[in-house]
Every structure is written in structure tokens, then in C-alpha cells.
Design a protein around this ligand. Sequence first.
Ligand code: PBG
Ligand code: ZN
Length: 324
Amino acid sequence: MLFPDYRPRRMRQNAAFRRLIRETTLGVDDLILPLFAIGGKDVKNPIDAMPGHYQLSIDHLVKTAEQAFKLGIPAVILFGIPDKKDALGTQAYAKNGIVQRAVKELKNKLPDLLVITDVCLCEYTDHGHCGFVEGKTVDNDASLDLIAKTALSHAQAGADMVAPSDMMDGRVAEIRGILDGNDFSRVPIMSYAAKYCSAYYGPFRDAAQSAPQFGDRQTYQMDPANAREAIREAAMDVEEGADIIMVKPALAYLDIICRIRDEVDLPVAAYNVSGEFSMIKAAAKLGWIDGQKTMMESLIAIKRAGADMILTYFAMEAAQLINA
Ligand code: PBG
Ligand code: ZN
């Protein structure tokens, strides 16, 4: 169909037509809010590069989660900032660790809000790497047991779903095994399957105090230059028993979301990460872009690429706009 027979503008002439032909929608059902839990009482430490986000003691965490729940957000994902770190990240799987306590309290106060836990060691290890470190290398197989133990401890605390973000090979199978072996076959795994070694995690690492103390994460997180490898990573996690496949970051990796959506029939999640949030906030603060519009455009683009759900620091603001 060619002009003048076909005039695409006909269907754009007013809001009602535009609504009718809209291909993608963003709803509060699609949003997952990340939260940072820290020890103590009445603690609400602002995170510099992430306006509106805080390291929250459990009392405040519950209040924020309650606001999210009231806005209709179905789930939060928890990250923990422990009191002490050590070589083995023991606070990651401690019965009374910060995430374990936060999960218990959240499920107690807000039983219908889904509580997802990020499963990783980097916030809990003194070296800041996501696994077991031997000399200067991160030992894959020696990490699996610690990561699986962490996931189990989250399930025991009441987590509705665990989300391993370490990028060790074989960890999904290891976690599935330990959960099933301990009567947690009902707890799903949201796998950070295609997680890239990204500079967009900068603000998060300040927030979670989880920057590596030597080297970087290139030996386990993916090379931003690679796409086919992401398909292999996703396929592997499907085989190992993942329930949701995640791509991270989101905006610079829309092609990966799109390809994984085509290749995999599991639900796909996208993590709109800290740096993506901070860039929009910073430019908006300078008056260089319209923050709200850029936020909504970014989120709809992630959905359009094929994500079924989005982990995003914009969850509250977007939900408020959607509900307005
Ligand atoms: C822990 C983890 C990270 C993020 C989520 N889980 C940081 C990292 O891998 O260094 C990043 C989230 C964000 O930037 O918003 N492995
Ligand atoms: Zn990590």
C-alpha cells in the first residue's frame, strides 16, 4: 500500500484512534521494584545517584513496600547490605542475615506482595566478587554451593522467588536441586540469564557497596559485544530449570530482549538498571529532557522489545502515572 491510498496518519489523528491501534501497553502488573535493605532502625540513607531511592532499615522497607503494594505493584526484589563482609560471604546465607530478616518481616506484614530475592555474594564478600575467590580468580564450581545455600536460606525465610545474579555456570541447576531437596519445589527461579558486564551498574554498586575490590567481572558477566552467546546462556538456564529468563541491562540490550523473546517460551524479564535510571534523572534535573516522558518511553520500549516484566527503579513513579 502506497501513498496516497495508504495514509498512516489517518490512524494517528486523535487519541481514541491511537489507543485502538496501540500495540504495546505498560501496566502496573509489569513492574518490579528493587529495594535495598540495611540493618538498624529508622535508617533511610539516600543513594546519591538514584534520587528517591534509599538504603532502608527494615521498618522503612516495609513502609515503602506497602506503598508499592497499594499502587498495585505485584513484586519487589530485595538486595541486602550486611553489617560485616568476609571472604566467604557468610552473611549472604546466614539465617539472620539482612535479606532473610527483611523477607520475614515483609511476608509477615504484606503476605500478598511477592518478595523476590537477588541471590549473589558480591554484597557480602570482602573482595566484592560474586563467587568464591581463590587467589585472584573466581572459582566457578566452588561458588555453586555458596550460591545455592544463599537461595535456600532465602526460601526458608519465606521468599516467593529467588533470582541468581552471579553468572556462575550451572547455578540454576544447583539452586533447583537444593530447593527441591528441601521441599521448596514451589519456589520459582528468575535467572539473570544474559547479564552483561556493564558500566551501567555503577550507581547500584555504590548503593549496595558491592564493587569488586580487585579486577572486574569480565570473567563471569557477558561481553557487551555478544548476542548469540546470550541465546546459549538463556537456553542453558531453561534446561537447568529456570522459570523466568532475565536480560540485563535493558535499554542498551533491546535486541537481546527481542531475540530471547523469540527463542524462549518462558516469561522474559528485563532489568532497567541503576545507570539507566540515573542518566534520565540527571538529564531531567538539568532540564535537558522531560523526565516523566523519557521514563514512560523507555519502559514501553522495553515492553515492545518483548519483556513481560520490568525490574525498574521507576516502578513507583510509573505506577503513579499509570494509575492517575
Ligand atoms: C549483583 C547485582 C548487580 C546488579 C544487580 N545484582 C551488580 C553487579 O553485577 O555488579 C545491578 C543492578 C543495577 O545496576 O541496577 N550481582
Ligand atoms: Zn554479584
